[in-house]
Each structure stands twice: as structure tokens, then as C-alpha cells.
Write a protein that binds this ligand. Sequence first.
Ligand code: SIN
Ligand code: FE2
Length: 201
Amino acid sequence: MGFRLLPDHLNREDQQALLDLVMALAQEAPFTRYVMPRTGRPFSIDMTNAGSQGWIADRSGYRYSPVQPVTGRPWPAIPATLLDLWHTHTGYPHEPECCLINHYRGEGARLSLHRDEDEETFDAPILNISLGDTAVFRLGGPKRTDPTRSFPVTSGSIMIFAGPSRLFYHGVDRLRVGSSQLLPDGGRLNLTLRRVTRPTR
Ligand code: SIN
Ligand code: FE2
């Protein structure tokens, strides 16, 4: 059990179906440009969520919230297609509670090296699904100072961060802008499915 990359795992129809789902979700819960807690500087990507818990950021910190911070409404439910992918690829016996959706619009969109550590439990893997332009992804180890490697992640690829890799540093250096025609306006969408709270059963 560890890190797995399944390149080009989803076929074109499945990718299109997921894209349609994301566009529908974004009608209910609009993409928002969060600011970073300490600096107040905006991210270079837009984010929204599905699920009972959505990941948000503002001047007071990074955390999970049951509502979209601008509209105050609960996030839409995680679609069944995504729950199926979660169960197939993680083998985790409980449901994910968050599907964070990142929108990288083009040149200059990136995500600096970080760990996903705002969850109550790290037992569940993280499932990562990519749509659209290829990302130059960076993966390190459990410590920020560990050596990192970078590799391309294409549309339809799935990554599973299980076992120790659940807490590995990772980020997106940049997009290969124009490498995919999937998104009508170009760019990349990334979906990460997470368990947030510790299951009681
Ligand atoms: C993330 O680390 O939250 C997303 C990484 C990605 O866009 O692939
Ligand atoms: Fe992350």
C-alpha cells in the first residue's frame, strides 16, 4: 500500500461525464478564489467542493466547512460516480466526506508544495482525479526537506495516496497549457476525495 499513479485511466467518455458533473456542481457551489491565511494573498487557482465537508481557506486558516463561505449554502452531495471510484480505488470501508475541486485556468496556475493535513484522520487514502491539461506534478516525502520528483499527470489519470504517501508533500508546478481539448476553455480540473472525520463505527 502506497502511492499509485494510474495514467490515462478514465476513457474520454468517462472524462466528459465527470466534466459535466463538475459543471453542474459549480452551478450550485460556485468556484471561489480563496486567500492564504498568513499573507492574505490569493491562490492562483479557483476551488469549490462537494460533500458534507468542504475545504476552505481564509485569513483565519485552512479548515473544513459544511457550507460554501460566499453563499452560506451546504455543498452539493458527492455524485455516485465519484463514490464508486472511491470504493474501487481506495478499498476504504467508509464514505468520503469531501470532494475538493481545483480549477487551474492556465499559465501561472500552480499549487505550492504542501501536505493534506486538515483532516481529523489520515487512515483513509486520498483519491486524486485529473481532467484537462496535463499537470507537472511534484511529489516528495513526509518531510518538507525530503527530495522531490516531478512527472506529468494527464487527463483521465488517477492517483491514490495511501499508506505513508497519504502524508507526503506534493504540489503542481505548472500546466502544460493546451495539451488537452477536454475543457471548452482549456485548463485543468482536479478532484480530490477525502475522508475528513474519524468514522465512529
Ligand atoms: C491537491 O493537492 O489538493 C491537488 C493536487 C492536484 O491538483 O493534482
Ligand atoms: Fe493536496
